[in-house]
Design a binder for this molecule. Structure first.
Ligand SMILES: [Zn+2]
Ligand SMILES: [Zn+2]
Length: 576
């Protein structure tokens, strides 16, 4: 039984009852939700041991609530909750998420103004109707409007590349506490999803009060949403929610496994535990009959007890990883340390911030064995693209750098624009003089699927194209991917040995995880590039590697894991 889920349901019931105008009952539900949320023991354990009597011993739980908990343990749902939820319009839950709007105010808006969702609320505010309601006024109406704006902003998920540095900063602050034993990032951030809802951190400690005091008093914290001995939630100054949980060191692995998710992965795993005579929860893996804890300290021992090899967090999406783990057939995923070079970056010659020499020196320091400098071509005028003559002169200067800078190989390439009809921005007699050609879509994002497919197929059929740069052109939260026939394009890439780029730029991550997996099944090869526009951008490489891992890529799939002396096998024109 999951205390967390039950607490959330009780909170929701309380809000719904408030909106329906029911007296005193909401308070009882809220109090019970808080108690259950902060309970050290699993309510199902309590129930299994002592029955309903055990539940009644919990502070704030009376007969009626105890029966609700019992019902949830037996059936996995609550009839009253489902009924309540159905009786109210869907948009009501959304209204409750707006800052400055508690259930009491939502009740007035719903009952008096028949407002059922955010859209209707915005409309009513425009007509100044909300301010006229008793207990509201002009000031409140303004606050609600600000709350709506914030809500719209807040529902936009954070990019992996924004969330990870923030989470790491918090972890390093919390590590200074001597009361903290283990600290781990959990949730979708640990699975390295391309966007993140909120940040989850777990700490094992025997002194939760001290840990929570430190956490809620960190300088980044703008607002404390909840503070308890086992769970606290805060808003950071950048409107990012962070949940911290303090876990008993004995079962830290079980909690980490549970809170890492995904939900689908965990449901499947719990089923396997059930079928093998165990019970798996955030509190550990237990023998179903004796109730004895059999594993919980580490994730490894839990997977092992369930007859599985360890499953990397990036793979936990229930895409067959649990089945393959049984036969120890999971791929050995590519790691950051495997990457030896980078085939896509810009300099001040087009729209970068550093010179080729500065980029090369920074790349060497970053640990790369080789790089390709690939500035924009003339079609990309806003990116200050180079014409044919300028590019060839630039290439000569880049090649000359190899005499000056030792310990890294510098190739001269270009990121050539794919024009609307699928031709390339440079003629073949120029392309063949470049070491590496990245071909990219920088325009025509609204083309229909057939035209886009034809365009891409034609471009990649050009024998001088080595890499298909950021293939779909998407920009997360800003621009939809170009819709072309993906399987057909992937097949051509395989046939023509065109490498697919996994672009590490946090707002691109293009190809994305599921496309990578599909491309691997078809037999394609990849490069993980940073598309750096400044020397400091090399550090983004880890986001590309994370995305490759989520796509099940091994070092063998990724060409820039190969040493310099093997690159000629993958690029037609490379002279080493
Ligand atoms: Zn580009
Ligand atoms: Zn680029």
């Amino acid at each position: 039984m999951l205390n967390y889920d039950l607490a959330q349901i009780f909170y929701e019931i309380a809000d719904f009852l408030d909106i329906e105008g029911v007296a005193w009952k909401p308070q009882a539900y809220r109090k019970a939700a808080r108690t259950i949320e902060n309970l050290q023991e699993d309510v199902e354990e309590i129930y299994n041991e002592k029955g309903i009597k055990g539940l009644l011993e919990i502070e704030g739980i009376g007969q009626a609530l105890a029966e609700k908990i019992e019902e949830y343990i037996h059936t996995g749902e609550l009839k009253d909750y489902s009924k309540l939820k159905k009786s109210l319009p869907k948009g009501i839950s959304e209204l409750l998420e707006i800052g400055g709007l508690g259930p009491k105010k939502v009740a007035v808006l719903y009952q008096k103004l028949k407002i059922k969702n955010i859209k209707e609320l915005e409309f009513a505010i425009k007509k100044n109707k909300v301010a006229e309601m008793p207990g509201f006024g002009q000031k409140t109406q303004e606050n609600i409007l600000a709350g709506i704006q914030l809500h719209k902003h807040g529902t936009e998920r954070m990019l992996l590349g924004e969330a990870l540095p923030i989470a790491r900063q918090l972890v390093s602050e919390l590590k200074k506490l001597k009361e903290a034993q283990q600290i781990e990032i959990a949730g979708s951030l640990r699975r390295k999803k391309e966007t993140i809802g909120d940040i989850d951190i777990l700490i094992s400690s025997k002194n939760p009060v001290k840990v929570m005091d430190k956490f809620t008093s960190l300088s980044y914290v703008k607002r404390i949403l909840a503070k308890g001995p086992t769970k606290s939630s805060v808003y950071l100054s950048s409107d990012i929610q962070v949940d911290l949980r303090v876990i008993d060191p004995k079962v830290f692995g079980a909690a980490l496994q549970y809170f890492t998710g995904s939900k689908e992965h965990n449901i499947k795993l719990r089923g396997i535990a059930q079928n093998n005579g165990y019970k798996l929860s955030e509190y550990g893996l237990f023998n179903k009959k004796t109730g004895k804890l059999v594993a919980g300290k580490t994730e490894e021992e839990i997977y092992k007890k369930l007859g599985r090899q360890y499953i990397e967090p990036e793979l936990r999406e229930n895409y067959n990883e649990i089945e393959l783990a049984k036969d120890k057939k999971l791929p050995k995923l590519v790691e950051l340390k495997d990457i030896k070079g980078d085939f896509h970056m810009h300099t001040i010659a087009s729209d970068g911030a550093n010179t080729a020499e500065e980029m090369a020196l920074a790349a060497k320091k970053f640990g790369y064995e080789y790089i390709a400098i690939t500035d924009h071509t003339k079609y990309d005028r806003i990116a200050n693209g180079l014409n044919e003559k300028e590019m060839l002169e630039h290439a000569k200067r880049i090649r000359d750098l190899n005499k000056k800078i030792k310990g890294i190989k510098i190739f001269a390439g270009a990121e050539v624009a794919i024009l609307a009809d699928g031709s390339l921005d440079f003629p073949e007699d120029v392309l063949k003089k470049l070491d590496i050609v990245v071909a990219s879509l920088h325009s025509g994002f609204k083309q229909d699927k057939d035209a886009a497919t034809k365009r891409v197929l034609k471009a990649l059929d050009n024998k001088y194209v080595d890499i298909f740069g950021h293939p779909t052109g998407r920009i997360i939260h800003q621009r939809e991917p170009i819709k072309f026939n993906m399987p057909e394009v992937l097949k051509l890439c395989k046939e023509r040995k065109v490498l697919l780029e996994i672009n590490s730029s946090p707002s691109r991550l293009d190809l994305k995880d599921t496309d990578i997996k599909q491309a691997i099944d078809i037999g394609c090869k990849f490069v993980i590039d940073t598309d750096s526009h400044a020397a400091s951008h090399f550090y983004g490489l880890e986001y590309g590697v994370a995305t490759a891992r989520r796509g099940w890529a091994t070092p063998d799939h990724i060409v820039n894991t190969k040493p310099l002396n093997q690159l000629h096998r993958y690029f037609r024109k490379l002279k080493l």
